[in-house]
Every structure is written in structure tokens, then in C-alpha cells.
Design a protein around this ligand. Structure first.
Ligand code: NAP
Length: 302
């Protein structure tokens, strides 16, 4: 007889795998669909030191443990890209590699990618001085000079956090005005060790084996700023479009679900960075996974 899963989870990042631990442990037949590598974004973090109870752990070690934990409870992983899906009915279908998965519930945890600057040096120094998460990596540059690129709330929060632990912070933004709230701008300007570099467009990140400088263009001129780390905070890009019929999106393209992780479609839940939320971290992704899986369990068993 054709298999019908209790739950199919889209995305094997921290949210998806945490959902799998909860679902499979509760006895649900659980399949996770992953298009690349199990683990998600955190695989790129050499060290995580803000996950409660784990003093330091590498991103790789963290996801290896999480993956093994999910597998130990019976989770299966299907690798491939979803080419079609229909989540409307009681039995939902997702097509992966020409294989049609049927399931009673779906947990959407596809994550969101950090928008890149797309300048030379960004890719080769990623994880070695180029970071997309100040609260994850800022401490590695304590007492040193760093820069933050971006003009939104995230850039200002990151710069404020870094100003508290670093020697000097350059806030580099392509315009003279900011998306961040005026209060955040004033608060950052009041810090004694923050220099605003605007309007300035990053051109290149370079160094000898590690980040040593960022080059920005300011009108016709170029300025070389010596720093040890570049914190890129130029927004996120969720890729939730193919699920829009079943899970409402906000104007940024994130799933517009509240903390209960439910959607407008019965049996469809959302979790992790793809969901609208104020803090995108490992701990909130794991929390979402637990909430979404528990909602799926209640949906199935009442
Ligand atoms: P965001 O608001 O989209 O801001 C991205 C910033 O990056 C903008 O200033 C943008 O410049 C700049 N940018 C985009 N692409 C760039 C590029 N290629 N090169 C250089 N600069 C580039 O992103 P966010 O700050 O991550 O915030 C996302 C959402 O979360 C927002 O709705 C924000 O309000 C919310 N959020 C809220 C809080 C809070 O309430 N505490 C904290 C964090 C985030 P332009 O302005 O010129 O387009």
C-alpha cells in the first residue's frame, strides 16, 4: 500500500530537524525533505557559543548531533528539490525527484538566506571574518575594529551590540538615510566608538589569509578601511513563494504566522527563519520546530 506519512517537514535546518525530533519522538512517521545538506545555515558557523547549555560547539557538530537525534527517533530524510505540491486536502502531496510524498501534515521550515553583498572577498572570507550574524560571531572580534554594512534595524542592532564589545565599529551604508528607526540611529550616533561611513558602497573585502580591510566607494573616491571583520546586515531573502497558496506571506515574503506556527490551511504549519519573527537564531528556530511539531501532533491526535 502507498505510504502516507504523518508529517513531512520541508527543510533540514535547525527548525526542521527540531520539529523532526519532536514529531518522531511522539511516534509520528516523519520525513524531512532537504534540497542540499542537512544542517542549514548554521553549518557555516565555526563556533556557536550562545545556545543555552552548550558552552561552545561548532555549527557542524551541532547539526550532526541534531541530525543523529532525529534519525534515532526514526526520522527519514529525502534529498531533492520540491518541484510541485498540493497542500489543500486532508492528504497533502509533495513531489521530490519525481517521487510523490503523501502526508497528513506538513511543516514548512525552508529557512531564509542572508542577502549577500556580492563583492570580491565576501565568499572566500565567509566564516573567517565575513559574518552574517553579529550576535553569533561578534565575540570573536572583541576589542578589535570591525564594520557593519546595512542601514536597516538589523544593521543598527548589530552595530550597537558590537560597539559594546569591539574597539571601533564602522557603520557602512549606501545612502545617507536609514530604514532603521530614528531612535536607533540616535542611539548609535551617541556611542563614542562608532563612525558612520555614508553614502558608501562596498567594493572589495581583502586581506592576507584573514580579513584586513574593506574598500568602499564614496562618490568618485575610494576609501580603504582597516578592519578585522565585516558584518553583513543587508536583509534576508526567504523563498516561500511556492507555498503562498496555503501559508500567507507578509510583505517581506516571510510566512505570516504567529507564535503558534499555524497557517490558514489545516494541517500545514511553519517554523524557523522563514516565519516572520523578531529574532532569527538557533534557539528560536529550535523553539519553532518544537511548537510546530506539537501543533501537528495535536492536529492528528486531537
Ligand atoms: P532591511 O530592513 O531590508 O534593510 C536592509 C538594509 O540593507 C537596507 O538599509 C538596504 O539599503 C541595505 N541593502 C540591501 N541590499 C544591499 C546591498 N546589496 N548592498 C548594500 N546595502 C544593501 O533588513 P533588516 O535590517 O534585516 O530588517 C528586516 C526586517 O526585520 C525589517 O522589517 C526590520 O524592521 C525587521 N527587524 C526588526 C527588528 C526590531 O524590531 N527589533 C530588528 C531587526 C529587524 P536601502 O535602505 O538603501 O535599501
Amino acid at each position: 500500500m502507498e505510504k502516507i506519512w504523518d508529517t513531512v517537514i520541508v527543510g533540514a535546518g535547525t527548525a526542521g530537524l527540531s520539529a523532526a525530533v519532536y514529531a518522531a519522538r511522539a511516534g509520528l512517521s516523519t520525513c524531512v525533505i532537504e534540497k542540499e545538506f542537512a544542517g542549514g545555515q548554521i553549518l557555516n558557523s565555526p563556533e556557536v557559543e550562545n545556545y543555552p547549555a552548550l558552552k561552545t560547539v561548532s555549527g557542524f557538530e551541532f547539526v550532526t548531533q541534531l541530525n543523529e537525534q532525529a534519525a534515532a527517533f526514526g526520522t527519514e530524510i529525502e534529498y531533492g528539490t520540491i518541484t510541485a505540491c498540493d497542500l489543500s486536502d486532508e492528504i497533502k502531496t509533495l513531489t521530490v525527484n519525481d517521487n510523490i510524498l503523501k502526508t497528513k501534515t506538513v511543516i514548512l521550515a525552508p529557512g531564509a538566506a542572508h542577502r549577500k553583498l556580492n563583492v570580491p572577498g565576501e565568499e572566500i572570507f565567509a566564516g573567517r571574518g565575513v559574518s552574517y550574524c553579529a550576535t553569533c560571531d561578534g565575540n570573536f572580534f572583541r576589542g578589535q575594529d570591525v564594520c557593519v554594512v546595512g542601514g536597516g534595524e538589523t544593521a543598527f542592532e548589530d552595530a550597537l551590540y558590537l560597539a559594546g564589545i569591539c574597539n571601533k565599529v564602522y557603520l557602512i551604508h549606501r545612502r545617507d538615510s536609514f530604514r532603521a528607526a530614528a531612535s536607533a540611529v540616535e542611539r548609535l550616533k551617541a556611542q563614542g566608538n562608532v563612525e558612520f561611513v555614508t553614502p558608501a558602497v562596498p567594493v572589495e573585502i581583502s586581506g592576507d589569509g584573514k580579513v584586513e580591510r574593506i574598500v568602499v566607494s564614496i562618490g568618485e573616491e575610494e576609501r580603504i578601511i582597516p578592519i578585522c571583520a565585516v558584518f553583513v546586515a543587508v536583509g534576508m531573502q526567504p523563498e516561500n513563494g511556492m507555498f503562498e497558496l496555503w501559508a500567507e506571506l507578509d510583505k517581506g515574503g516571510y510566512f505570516a504566522s504567529s507564535e503558534d506556527c499555524t497557517t490558514k490551511t489545516a494541517g500545514v504549519f511553519v517554523a524557523g527563519d522563514a516565519r516572520t519573527k523578531p529574532l532569527r537564531q538557533l534557539v528560536t528556530a529550535a523553539s519553532d520546530g518544537a511548537v510546530a511539531a506539537t501543533a501537528a501532533i495535536h492536529y492528528l491526535h486531537g
